[in-house]
Write a protein that binds this ligand. Structure first.
Ligand code: ADE
Ligand code: ZN
Length: 341
């Protein structure tokens, strides 16, 4: 049996967490009132039961709509980090998905500046470090994604406030009827600008779509990717290439309804196949999760011991986009707790 407090303290890297999906229910209620957004219930938690990824997205989009200005972004970003601090988070690469806000007239420069402001305040308070990944929303289509990529590169060139924190791009939202290859232009713009690339895929689609993310879009990580095991050759190849998978087991139960229970999840099979499968929460506030629970529940469901959990934490470091010096420092922090002096 692992000591739950030791597991909570284990330093953790998180690579798959949406800032909008960390919004506290109380914050949602306040922002909705401030910004004139109608919520269909007094307590939003009543909405947090999902029958499918697309069912979840209806609620995610509502939550997103509550963020109306730079101060709102700052608040949500700040709270996202402060709330994760008690669960051992030391470094996070956080998604934000601005398509809906841009369509409503917000400016990407303001969104990034607001996120940066909130993250900087939280970093100063907690010592946690955070970078950002701009996710294109597949529901808005390839044209909107390309516009966002172009605008992000423009902000990078003009050193817009906070934009140094945006180290990569990805895409998320619905997988139904969305071909990865149609987003090639947006990903190419990002690649040419030296940005990292990741892609939500295989949460609700097969291994061919996962392969296209790497081979056509140039994705360097896959978010979810749980259908990969359906293709043994692709699995062997990606294991060999050390392509990271940012897996969110509890999300896959609660959002995608992909498995009846955690014990049925493919996370251990992915790791046994040699894949670099990391552990993450996805949308913790919308699924009643936190990173400590994610580690505890996975340890319990799969009979993992302390060394297994330390190996998972170290794989989070390997899969992140920091440079080798910073990764070595993070590994050191994990090992210091893993094997106390
Ligand atoms: N946006 C927020 N969470 C998501 C998920 N699990 N899949 C796709 N898009 C998302
Ligand atoms: Zn996600």
């Amino acid at each position: 049996m692992i000591d739950p407090q030791a597991l909570e303290r284990l330093p953790k890297v998180e690579l798959h967490c949406h800032v909008e999906g960390t919004m506290r229910a109380a914050t949602l209620v306040e922002l909705a009132a401030k910004n004139g957004l109608h919520l269909p219930v007094a307590d939003p938690v009543e909405l947090y039961e999902y029958d499918s990824l697309d069912g979840f997205l209806q609620i995610f989009w509502l939550v997103q709509s509550a963020i109306a200005d730079r101060a709102d972004w700052a608040r949500v970003a700040y709270e996202s980090v402060v709330d994760a601090a008690p669960h051992g988070l030391v470094y996070r690469e956080t998604f934000f998905t601005p398509a809906r806000h841009l369509a409503a007239g917000q400016d990407l420069a303001d969104i990034v500046a607001g996120l940066d402001e909130g993250l900087a305040a939280a970093e100063a308070e907690t010592g946690i470090r955070v970078n950002l990944v701009l996710d294109f929303d597949r529901d808005f289509g390839p044209g909107a994604a390309l516009e966002q990529a172009d605008r992000l590169v423009e902000l990078k060139r003009s050193s817009s406030p906070g934009v140094e924190r945006v180290i990569g791009v990805g895409y998320d939202s619905t997988e139904i009827g969305r071909e990865p290859a149609t987003f090639v232009d947006a990903f190419a713009v990002a690649r040419h600008a030296g940005l990292r690339r990741t892609a939500h895929q295989g949460e609700n689609s097969g291994p061919d779509a996962i392969a296209a993310c790497v081979d056509v879009l140039g994705a360097q990580r896959i978010d979810h990717g749980i259908s990969i095991l359906e293709d043994p050759d692709l699995t062997a190849r990606f294991a060999d290439e050390r392509i990271p998978f940012t897996v969110c087991p509890n999300s896959n139960i609660r959002i995608a309804n992909a498995y009846p229970s955690l014990a049925d999840h493919v996370f251990p099979a992915m790791r046994e196949a040699g894949l670099l499968a990391t552990l993450n929460t996805d949308d913790p506030a919308l699924t009643d999760l936190d990173l400590g629970y994610e580690y505890r529940s996975v340890a319990e469901a799969f009979g993992y011991g302390w060394d297994d959990m330390v190996a998972i934490a170290l794989d989070g470091v390997e899969a992140c986009w920091l440079d080798e010096v910073d990764k070595a420092a993070l590994r050191q922090r994990v090992r210091a707790v893993a094997v106390p002096a």
